[in-house]
Write a protein that binds this ligand. Sequence first.
Ligand SMILES: [Zn+2]
Length: 189
Amino acid sequence: MGETKKIVLPGEYIAGAEEVVPGENTYSENDEVYSSAFGEVRERERRVEVGWDKTRHIAQVKVGLELYCMVRKVSSTKAFLDCTPVADADKSGSAIEVSAVLPVTAIRNSYVRDMRDEVRTGDVIKARIAKIERSGVDVSVNAPDCGVMKAYCSACRAGMDLKNGSLICSNCGRKESRKMSSEYPSASA
Ligand SMILES: [Zn+2]
């Protein structure tokens, strides 16, 4: 598992039972090992356990923390994200990973009909932790600096440029919309 500190939620898959031996705060089911707690995955001599390295991370994962997130999956009401704290983003190897959910109600104050008009799979977004519960971490992008930082064309997957306030595919010219971050780099041309 290298240097990356993976944070898991109760019920989250850790590894196949042929790869590791379940230790503290884990259980095996159908030849797979899962976490039974919210914490950091640690592995020593093939034995995995879930817990906290008292000082390092527990204080870090808190409401308000800024994250950069990759959009893994989008439904009409939710986006599922893999996130790294902004403060860790420039440190290679030691960054922690947080799985989070962006609910459609945390895009802006007004009604949003469909999450898929706001973020798309593969986009990179900036968000803040809104809620930490046993069921998971919820984030919000309801702030001017939060939202999509890098968008990818849903037709051809090329990067999209921000030109005169519109997102335009650098490859096929398709125009799309997003909940944009004010920090999205503007194309000069
Ligand atoms: Zn395109």
